[in-house]
Design a protein around this ligand. Sequence first.
Ligand SMILES: NC(=O)c1ccc[n+]([C@@H]2O[C@H](COP(=O)([O-])OP(=O)(O)OC[C@H]3O[C@@H](n4cnc5c(N)ncnc54)[C@H](OP(=O)(O)O)[C@@H]3O)[C@@H](O)[C@H]2O)c1
Length: 264
Amino acid sequence: MILDRFRLTDQVAIVTGAGRGIGRAIALAYAEAGADVVVGARSVDQIEETARMVRALGRRALPVRCDVMERADLENLVEATITEFGRIDVLVNNAGGSPPKPALRTSEREFENAFRFNVTTAFLLTRLSVPKMVETAGGGAVVNISSVAGRENAPGIVAYGTAKAALSFMTKELAQDFAPRVRVNAIAVGSIRTEALGTVLTPEIEADMVALTPMARIGEVEDISACALYLASPAASYVTGEIYGVNGGLVGLNMKLPRAFEGA
Ligand SMILES: NC(=O)c1ccc[n+]([C@@H]2O[C@H](COP(=O)([O-])OP(=O)(O)OC[C@H]3O[C@@H](n4cnc5c(N)ncnc54)[C@H](OP(=O)(O)O)[C@@H]3O)[C@@H](O)[C@H]2O)c1
């Protein structure tokens, strides 16, 4: 049955930023597909809630408080996974983000923090997880949550866009390093209805976004979790080093931010 190739029966997945939004949806999709899930983020009440939802789907869950910016937390996340489940099959580097900000008001520290949050943390956690995947499961899959902002150029997002572009490129580099044992792919996410997007959405901005999106709607978290399930599953066993666009068909950004010298 072709649908059997989309199952993750008895696999173990680590998902960062799984307390809400896209990360929670991916954790639930993996649980539905048969995986046990390690749920990492900083807010304990939120990761515990995701863990409860995973258990309600009949799978085991381990909530682990983790700030991906802290190396010790990343090490603990991997160690706790091995202690609890004895293996790692899938890693989703989902925690990330950075608000839009004009280039001339973006400080050196903000630029470097965006890079660390979106790229270096994914590199570190991948480097910690991949040897364990090979050792305990013979191989595995990494899914990085990137953005269409890392592919299309636009004003007002230099730190975020540059960082996500690096995450997408790193995905391709690591796919070459780790083939044929561990596949590494990314998703170029578009505008998805989550708390993070909610911080910039007004009814006017939403109407503009929809008008500029070929598929004429804001995306839902399940649009992303469906792709993340495919990329983690045996259905994608011949896919590595790819950046899958799940963004309603965008060929440019759907948010209009001002240029530095507009109106000057
Ligand atoms: N939503 C969109 O439109 C969109 C578009 C393109 C790309 N993306 C990407 O999708 C990913 C998820 O975004 P989202 O929209 O689902 O965001 P969200 O709803 O705000 O959820 C973010 C999750 O990450 C966790 N998190 C934040 N900082 C963290 C840290 N330092 N360490 C560990 N976990 C942390 C949050 O929990 P705590 O705060 O409790 O830690 C939360 O569980 C991000 O990489 C983002 O760049 C989103």
